[in-house]
Write a protein that binds this ligand. Structure first.
Ligand code: ZN
Length: 123
């Protein structure tokens, strides 16, 4: 099994509803996102996915959230923009963009603050 990992970061604010029984104050984070994709087969050229392509896909994700209020961006207009749900959402976005057969998202890690992160692993 091969695994390729790429990382991006963006600054965005969010506001969790029903957090400890109330809606928390609007605040920002410098989010760090790590995406790992894996697969068993390499291309004839010897790579799982092209780093540049993966970086381009992460750039699409980054620009979607950079300097935004996450609560305004679907699906977070309906569900809480927690690190966990953001990781799941980004995993879905990256999965939709993967083209190589047999290559899938292994996990997405979203770091909300240094030392505090959530991970989502698609089933
Ligand atoms: Zn927060």
């Amino acid at each position: 099994m091969y695994r390729v990992i790429a990382e991006t970061a963006f600054s965005a604010c969010h506001q969790l509803r029903d957090y400890e029984g109330t809606t928390e104050r609007l605040h920002g984070h410098n989010w760090r996102v790590v995406v790992a994709v894996e697969g068993r087969e390499l291309s004839p050229e010897g790579y799982l996915v092209d780093f540049l392509q993966l970086q381009r896909r992460l750039e699409t994700v980054r620009t979607r959230y950079e300097h935004e209020l996450l609560n305004e961006i679907p699906p977070f207009d309906r569900v809480n923009p927690t690190a966990e749900l953001l990781a799941r959402e980004i995993a879905g976005q990256i999965s939709d963009m993967l083209e190589a057969p047999g290559v899938h998202v292994a996990y997405v890690r979203v770091e909300e603050a240094p030392g505090c992160w959530a991970e989502y692993r698609p089933d």
